[in-house]
Design a protein around this ligand. Sequence first.
Ligand SMILES: NC(=O)c1ccc[n+]([C@@H]2O[C@H](COP(=O)([O-])OP(=O)(O)OC[C@H]3O[C@@H](n4cnc5c(N)ncnc54)[C@H](O)[C@@H]3O)[C@@H](O)[C@H]2O)c1
Ligand SMILES: [Zn+2]
Length: 365
Amino acid sequence: MSTIIVGTPVTAGLGELFTTHGLSKKALVLFDENTRKLYGNELLKTLTHQGFQLKELVVPAREASKSFSAAYRLYGSMIEADVDRSWNLLAVGGGVVGDLGGFIAASYYRGIPVIQLPTTLLAMTDSSIGGKVAINHPLGKNLIGFFHLPELVLIDPSYLTTLPEREIYSGMSEVVKYGFIADEAFLSFLDLHFNDITGLQEPWLTEAVKKSAYIKDDVVKRDFREENGVRATLNFGHTFAHGLEKLAVYRHLRHGEAVTIGMVCALFLSHSLGYLDSKSLERGLAILKKFRFPKGVLKRRFLDIESKLLLGNMFSDKKKLDKKLRFVLLKSLGEAFLLEEDVNDKPVLQAIDDARTLFSGKSVH
Ligand SMILES: NC(=O)c1ccc[n+]([C@@H]2O[C@H](COP(=O)([O-])OP(=O)(O)OC[C@H]3O[C@@H](n4cnc5c(N)ncnc54)[C@H](O)[C@@H]3O)[C@@H](O)[C@H]2O)c1
Ligand SMILES: [Zn+2]
């Protein structure tokens, strides 16, 4: 499994860390245009001082960079620079850079080590951990990829100070998800310190990031290849979310925004199917009501969408099995499970309607 290090500055002593992990000090450093501009010079300087031989790679800062054409271009510049299997790839950015970097590392020369240096809240707590790396295909997201665990995950919450608020809330959705699926005490902590964390206040921010990263890592350890239902619990709220993201053509809703709405639906469904008691439902909803959406987004991307249309789009979720929708539900706050039985459309549509009622009563920011 990967070694996860949380600290500020996380790059201090990186050379030694590479050596103790048997990694050469030859690193391809992959950025997107934003992380290159914000952190590139300083990072490259620090690594050079620590004796690294470096080659820089940059891709546009957008989801479209998770593509064959982007990978192909990068392979070309790596071959031209005589990069061989003795090199490592350090991915510096959000989930796009992490997924693309991991994909390239998994495939180039039949695999070179990848080191993740996540710079978004989502990447620090989710995408950089667990070794799922992928690019998109025009017919679906994340369809072409590998399981390629990072040797190291280097988490430094201070990178979040430059991250736009919308991205903070999007990442926070996955953080809260960990509370729901795995740890009630953590959920209470998140409830109490929600504003401190989204306001990037320490020590709460680091505590939340660390705990989330460890929960994800633990889940992955128990079910690396998603075979026994444990890793599937990370998809709490995601069956609904994937339908919403598809309707928003993967552009107009951030993943975490869709997951926030999806978790509200999943809480209602857990309750209506008799798994979650009313008190827990109310407590869960109160936490999710704290999330903010940019003006108009919630209305256009959820409140104005017909429940049946959303349900139809949920069916194209690649995680469906035999065209049946799979739902992750809660037994209690802090305990999730993958429901094996089929669920009728009726309670699912009702859960969407209930979520709509909750959100339409909320002042939209
Ligand atoms: N591999 C997995 O297990 C896994 C899990 C969840 C999501 N993902 C993938 O992650 C991707 C989404 O990741 P994301 O939400 O991090 O998006 P992202 O990588 O697109 O980053 C969001 C935006 O923030 C910018 N940015 C990054 N760090 C910054 C910083 N410190 N300051 C300012 N701006 C910064 C980026 O340039 C980008 O514009 C999706 O492609 C999704 O499929 C993968
Ligand atoms: Zn997610």
